[in-house]
Design a protein around this ligand. Structure first.
Ligand SMILES: [Zn+2]
Length: 267
């Protein structure tokens, strides 16, 4: 069936042009960006950064366990070389057949005397698929700096998580799921993540799946205890739940029983 196109009035054609420009920008974004981090040419600006470059700090655990705040994204690049990045779909295209298509950039307009000024926001997830994950939001007048900012912030926000097999139906002691259930909140959203047996996959909302995948979790069950009004709240609730994995005290018996690993899985 051919849809009859409405005669475009000025406002509408302008919007379509904007949308087209946005789509082109997004196509570029989708291409995988290799981190291309070069430790040799890196000029660390912080004490911690200098220690990493000199090889005094060899392990990200030394930083995360001592509670030092990471202020340089390059520290994370140097210590977690297999970091992968993904942008989450937090935006939404307006108009066009009811809209609804999710986009990686959330666009907002600011009306000024010179006209509408667009601003872009995007949310990045970084993770090594082996126990470390971070998320960050970036806002800017253009898409590229917004993305750069988001990725940088995600690296500064990196956390270590616990994995294991807390599923009584499975009991394999491998780190494919969570060792126990955790709950995360953000705004209106309350999300519970639960251990699941091998092969269950990530039974959770799509953007949350991306976070869990980059964290190295393969199976999970979930429950939204309170509905999220915004996608962002749900995403933050998911990340906050993952943070809880390290906050809860566990007994050594349980560590053996559920095969709990912190950060990297031991091989
Ligand atoms: Zn298992």
């Amino acid at each position: 069936m051919q849809r009859k196109k409405k005669l475009p009035n000025n406002e509408e054609s302008k919007r379509e042009l904007e949308q087209e420009a946005e789509e082109i920008a997004e196509e570029k974004e989708k291409k995988v960006v290799k981190s291309g981090f070069d430790k040799e040419s890196w000029q660390p600006k912080t004490v911690t950064g200098k220690k990493v470059k000199e090889g005094i700090i060899k392990n990200i655990d030394q930083i995360l366990d001592s509670g030092i705040k990471i202020k340089e994204a390059e520290i994370v690049d140097a210590l977690l070389p297999n970091l992968e990045t993904e942008l989450l779909l937090i935006g939404q295209a307006k108009g066009k057949f009811g809209g609804g298509q999710r986009r990686i950039f959330r666009q907002t307009q600011k009306k000024t005397s010179e006209g509408n000024k667009p601003r872009f926001a995007t949310l990045a997830v970084v993770g090594n698929k082996d126990g470390f994950v971070g998320i960050g939001i970036g806002k800017a007048k253009e898409t590229v700096p917004a993305r750069e900012k988001a990725i940088r912030r995600a690296k500064l926000n990196i956390i270590k998580i616990r994995r294991g097999c807390g599923s009584w139906e499975c009991g394999c002691k491998e780190p494919h799921t969570l060792p126990f259930s955790v709950e995360g909140k953000s705004g209106s959203a309350v999300l519970m993540l639960m251990p699941a047996p091998k092969g269950s996959g990530l039974v959770v909302e799509k953007e949350c799946q991306k976070i869990l995948r980059l964290a190295g979790i393969k199976d999970v069950w979930s429950k939204q205890l309170r509905r999220a009004k915004t996608k962002l709240n749900l995403i933050y609730a998911c990340f906050n739940a993952l943070k809880k994995l390290m906050e809860i005290k566990v007994k050594s018996d349980f560590i053996n029983e559920a095969g709990v690993v912190e950060g990297f899985a031991k091989t």
